[in-house]
Design a protein around this ligand. Structure first.
Ligand SMILES: CC(C)(COP(=O)(O)OP(=O)(O)OC[C@H]1O[C@@H](n2cnc3c(N)ncnc32)[C@H](O)[C@@H]1OP(=O)(O)O)[C@@H](O)C(=O)NCCC(=O)NCCS
Length: 136
């Protein structure tokens, strides 16, 4: 499902905190930002429990996907794919193209499965190496 921040925050915030702040040591001050309030947030459930989230915002019909997070014990069960599919469908339904994301290097194979292509050089965000990837 896809929700505005005011409806998603209570479910998405603890998942993002567990994944980015606790697991990946992203500074808590960087994790929530001003983009959340204007973004759409996908939420994914396993056995009735919300275990994953991701967001999409757009500027000038260009979509940006980010904050993809699935709780560690729930990975490799298709939750991340469901989140990404939901956001790609939203982008398609709203005529948003191209779609960009900043992929952690470790997650590039995941996004490549959805035909995202790496662009440009590696850069560091919150100390983690990333590459921009583009679809469309
Ligand atoms: C990246 C992430 C969202 C993927 O979620 P997920 O629920 O594990 O993804 P899926 O189960 O849908 O994986 C689909 C496929 O992507 C690929 N994949 C997923 N994670 C991968 C990884 N870490 N390395 C290589 N391939 C990966 C696999 O091919 C996988 O299929 P398989 O399990 O049949 O081999 C999740 O690992 C996560 O939250 N990581 C921590 C936060 C993070 O790094 N977010 C990305 C920021 S750019």
């Amino acid at each position: 499902m896809i929700r505005a921040w005011r409806e998603a925050a209570a479910l998405a915030t603890p998942i993002r905190h567990a994944v980015f702040v606790v697991e990946q040591h992203v500074p808590v001050a960087l994790e929530l930002d001003e983009l959340d309030s204007s973004a759409w947030h996908a939420l994914a459930y396993l056995n009735g429990v919300c275990v994953g989230t991701a967001r999409l915002f757009s500027t000038n019909n260009v979509a940006h996907i980010g904050r993809m997070a699935v709780l560690a014990p729930c990975r490799r069960q298709g939750v991340g794919s469901a989140l990404l599919s939901t956001l790609l469908q939203y982008a398609q339904n709203h005529g948003l193209s191209p779609i960009y994301l900043n992929a952690q290097i470790a997650a590039i194979p995941f996004y490549a499965k959805f035909n995202f292509i790496p662009e440009a050089a590696i850069f560091y965000d919150a100390g983690i190496p990333h590459r921009t990837m583009r679809l469309g």
